[in-house]
Design a protein around this ligand. Structure first.
Ligand code: MHF
Ligand code: KIV
Length: 347
């Protein structure tokens, strides 16, 4: 479910559209915000009740393309486990990315390049177990495709086989003048029917080569030409979408206008076909700085710390647990019998 406020409508009126999980059509309607909340929860219940989940179906690449062709912004968010994936799925985000940023946000590694493939796969499986309509995309982590195309193809197949719900892999691709290897790899995956979402611009797996997490495509006209050509070559190679990370807004809009597949921006402004954010950043799950392009929609980390502090205080001051709400009872007659038995034993 996604909603947008329109300035020309009443303040409390919302126009919203959703991809129907039943027939792939776009449902558009106008309602008040209170009604919106009610409909939203009804739809969520219908989709996520464990008894009726068979009725729902997952968004497909065709659904995403149909929304893209209608010019409706696409939404993607990362998730790293069953809990976070459940949140993303319940919000009916179009796409859910199991990104290798998992390494830094959830597993405490200093970079995404350290992440072992086995650890990544374990997380993909837990994400895929969360029910809901969002289309699941799994990253190809560093080291899973660089040594040879055949090794990379085998690993992409491995990812797709983790769950029938993994619908696509994502591959970070360097500028085409220097990275013919990955462009060719992507082509081979597409030829084999493995859907590929490309990722260009700031590609964190190449952060060392790029000199850190730096904006791309802002140094020279040639750099933008190269990014644009790379995006077009990836489309020709068969990619169904491209993530564009950390490039100037004007460059991202230009690329979006000159390719025929959706662009999903992160730090690329509003001219892309859609947006992606890292869930830990946008929900404020962790302390510390977030990248400039992030908008924090929540403060979960803060709220968690406060709750834990209160729990500790209440245990130490014997406020928690309290009878009767947190405790279980036993019949007086059973208890008396127990005490009798113990007395006999003590003799
Ligand atoms: N939590 C998190 N969020 C992310 O978006 C994210 C990760 N982790 N890990 C993998 C990559 C790294 N990303 C990042 C991280 C920081 C900037 C950033 O703030 N860049 C600034 C400062 C660069 C500098 O200090 O020179 C820039 O202006 O480019 C960009 C992308 C995006 N990805
Ligand atoms: C930031 C997104 C696009 C990503 O690649 C990741 O989460 O790994």
């Amino acid at each position: 479910m996604f909603s947008r406020h329109y300035k020309d409508l009443q303040p409390r009126t919302v126009a919203f559209a959703r991809l129907s999980p039943y027939n792939g059509s776009i449902e558009l309607s106008i309602t008040t915000t209170t009604m919106f909340a009610r409909i939203n929860s009804t739809v969520a219940r219908r989709l996520y009740s464990s008894h009726s989940s068979a009725a729902a179906r997952n968004f497909t690449i065709a659904d995403i393309h149909s929304k893209y062709k209608q010019g409706i912004p696409l939404t993607m968010c990362t998730a790293y486990d069953y809990i976070t994936a459940g949140w993303v799925q319940q919000s009916q985000c179009d796409m859910l990315l199991v990104g290798d940023s998992l390494a830094m946000t959830s597993l405490g590694y200093d970079s995404t390049t350290e992440l072992p493939f086995e650890e990544f796969k374990y997380h993909v499986k837990s994400v895929a177990r969360a029910p809901g309509p969002s289309l699941i995309v799994a990253d190809m982590p560093f080291g899973t495709f660089e040594q040879s195309h055949s090794y990379g193809i085998a690993n992409a197949i491995d990812l797709m086989k983790l769950s029938s719900r993994v619908a696509s892999v994502k591959v970070e691709v360097g500028p085409h003048t220097r990275d013919t290897y990955t462009l060719e790899f992507v082509r081979k995956l597409c030829e084999r029917g493995i859907p590929v979402m490309a990722h260009i611009g700031l590609t964190p797996q190449r952060a060392n080569a790029l000199g850190g997490f730096k904006v791309q495509g802002n140094k020279s006209a040639e750099e933008i030409v190269e990014l644009c050509e790379t995006a077009q070559m990836l489309e020709r190679a068969g990619c169904w979408a491209s993530v564009i990370e950390c490039i100037p807004q004007r460059a991202a809009k230009y690329i979006t206008d000159h390719v025929g597949i959706p662009t999903i921006g992160i730090g690329a402004g509003s001219g892309t076909s859609g947006q992606v954010l890292v869930i830990a950043d946008m929900l404020g799950m962790q302390e510390g700085k977030v990248p400039k392009f992030v908008k924090k929609y929540g403060d979960l980390g803060d709220s968690a710390s406060k709750s834990l502090r209160q729990y500790i205080d209440e245990v130490e001051s014997r406020v928690f647990p309290r009878a009767p709400e947190h405790t279980f009872k036993i019949k007086d007659s059973i208890w008396e019998e127990f005490e009798q038995q113990m007395k006999l034993r003590d003799r």
